[in-house]
Design a protein around this ligand. Structure first.
Ligand code: NAP
Ligand code: G4F
Length: 343
């Protein structure tokens, strides 16, 4: 039985990847943070009581800021594959918390790579690199495009990207960079723009909210489905040689297009409900992301299965269900509405 170790297992991608790996027969170990509220919602459906002999998912407390413990964990688990997904992953928040973002998103990668090097375990390492690293570089962006990062988050990811390459060259570690463009799902964090829109639009549909405040509606992103993208992560670690790959759909849409489509699917006019709030603008913006995934198509034989419209339908169906439950609670006098979230 192959063993995998995941950082960021409680995040969007961590949950889909865990499903995929358990489905392939892996034993999965995940790093989780101690939190005063439960932070395992996205993986609770996969968890079995540890007394169950069939349990194959194991969670370990830790943090990407603590190297000694990462070393102990990697030494004792000795995983065949490491998927390093943990990060402070919010671009807008990285302007508010640049030092923390550098520590967790940048140095966090160094701590794992050092743990691999110092323990001497034989493993394969996946670095969650990001299209955000391309920043101001004109589209389409591919593996050959020079990075022009536009945020502390992007700068930290560029640092981590080069570390993965350096540890590959210097120490012969099987380390790969998956340069993933934006990928979304019903499990996407609620302060990322797609989910913020589908959550608010469905609440508006149910009469729980009137307005949605957004930032830059003109930014364009290459949005895919997270379930498809985690498959590419796994494929990268099944190759004979380590390499770096862009993972994208090859299509781009503006935030305005996304909002318009979502509201019109619900028979609502987005112009009546969406307002711009400068609070959500970034000091520097990434205007257009559009990936060229031809290398991944050729070498990994990977291509996305879920298209833009299907992604929106999937997110809307899930959020409508949540909004219906919220409406029931609200009518019974329990729920909070109109909660404006950060970012
Ligand atoms: P996400 O939902 O924000 O999940 C981030 C994960 O990192 C969570 O499990 C979080 O734990 C964990 N984490 C944060 N700080 C930590 C710390 N100090 N120590 C240990 N764990 C920590 O992100 P995602 O969308 O799944 O993305 C996964 C990775 O891919 C991230 O590295 C992200 O930067 C990168 N990426 C994402 C996209 C995208 O479009 N989704 C595109 C390119 C690259 P909690 O649950 O406790 O907060
Ligand atoms: O959904 P977003 O916050 O995602 P962003 O900044 O592209 O970052 C995501 O994708 C990266 C891959 O390229 C990942 F590396 C990163 O971890 C994260 O998953 O914003 C998308 C666009 C931006 O241009 C932003 O300015 O939407 C614009 N936007 C407009 N109004 C908004 C809002 N973004 C957010 N979060 N909230 C708004 O109200």
């Amino acid at each position: 039985m192959k063993k995998a170790f995941l950082t960021g297992i409680t995040g969007q991608d961590g949950s889909y990847l865990t499903e995929l790996l358990l489905g392939k027969g892996y034993e999965v170990h995940g790093l989780i943070r101690r939190s005063s509220t439960f932070n395992t919602d996205r993986i609770d459906h996969l968890y079995r009581d540890l007394h169950d002999p069939k349990a194959r998912l194991f969670l370990h407390y830790g943090d990407l800021s603590v190297s000694g413990q990462l070393m102990d964990l990697l030494h004792s688990i000795s995983p065949d594959e490491i998927y390093h997904l943990g990060a402070q992953s919010h671009v807008r928040v990285s302007f508010d918390m640049p030092e923390y973002t550098g520590d967790i998103t940048g140095l966090g990668t160094l701590r794992i790579l050092e743990a691999i090097r110092k323990t001497g375990i034989k493993t394969k390492f996946y670095q969650a690199s990001s299209s955000e690293m391309f920043g101001a570089a004109p589209p389409p962006q591919s593996e050959k495009t020079i990075f022009q990062p536009r945020s502390p988050y992007a700068a930290a990811k560029v640092y981590a990207y080069h570390l993965a390459q350096n540890y590959r060259d210097a120490y012969g570690i099987f380390a790969v960079n998956g340069i993933l463009f934006n990928h979304e799902s019903p499990r996407r964090g609620e302060t990322f723009v797609t989910r913020k829109i589908t959550r608010a639009a469905t609440q508006i549909k149910m009469g729980l909210k009137e307005k949605l405040y957004l930032g830059n509606l003109d930014a364009k992103r290459d949005w895919g489905y997270a379930g498809d993208f985690v498959e590419a992560m796994w494929l990268m670690l099944q190759q004979e040689k380590p390499d770096d790959f862009v993972i994208a759909t090859g299509e781009t849409h503006s935030v305005r297009d996304f909002a318009e489509k979502v509201f019109s699917r619900l028979d609502l006019d987005y112009q009546k409900h969406v307002a711009v709030d400068p609070r959500y603008f970034r000091p520097t913006e990434v205007d257009v992301l559009l990936g060229d995934p031809s290398k991944a198509k050729k070498i990994l034989q990977w291509q996305p299965k879920v298209n833009f419209d299907q992604l929106i339908d999937m997110m809307l169906a899930a959020d409508l269900e949540i909004a219906r439950k919220e409406k029931t609670l609200f009518d019974a006098g329990f729920a909070r509405t109109n909660s404006e979230r950060f970012s």
